[in-house]
Design a binder for this molecule. Sequence first.
Ligand code: FES
Length: 254
Amino acid sequence: MSSVAAAWKRLPWWVEPMSVVFVLTAFGLYSATIVLLYPGDSEQFPQYLSPFYSPPIGRPDWLPGFVTAPLFVLWIPLGFRATCYYYRKAYYRAFFWDPPACSGKAQQLDRPWAESTESYRGERALFVLNNIHRYFLYASFVVVAFLWYDAVLTFFPEGGFGVKVGSLIWVFNVTLVSAYTFSCHSLRHLVGGRVDCFSCVRGGNVRRKAYNGISRLNAKHPQWAWVSLFSLLLTDVYFRLISAGVIPDLTIIG
Ligand code: FES
């Protein structure tokens, strides 16, 4: 174990959930700000569309001004992350103390505030809305497909083929977002988690292979959640800097 990981483990238990909540909230505020206050920026990127504006869709004129076009898409990635099992664990602990931690009976003796598995009553009341996570997953497939489509377009800026650093950043970002999406616990369950016997169901061999692949991705789901979140932010900032002429977009082939 690296010294950084060892030092992280020595921190108080609440540091991790609070960090997750802080970063997730900052991400939500950043994305809401740019799509609410700067929706017109989507037309100022000559070659690249910021991932926050993809896919570009029209907006009926009769809508009130505060309803911007990117909002029609943003609810999907935000809802997907807000209902993600990994993020949920953090904000339940940090905001609601429900539970602050889990504990077996023996450990409860010195951690009386921890919730035992016997007293856990599932997700009720308002939290039952989290069960719509799988529908956010379906919608996210559409968004990811458009992100890949936009990634391909960056290699054909004016009809001809070319490779720039920005295109590679686009592909790298979509790869991370895809890894996060396809490592989802709900997807793993849908593909094979509820199957007791793969050889007994139609397409069992394919499902077993898909399940094994998703399980390998799923083992690193928290890491995919973090790196894809930061890559979205950095990609957006990078394209804004190019668009503003602050940095050049270096050409590799073209
Ligand atoms: S569980 Fe995290 S995205 Fe589905």
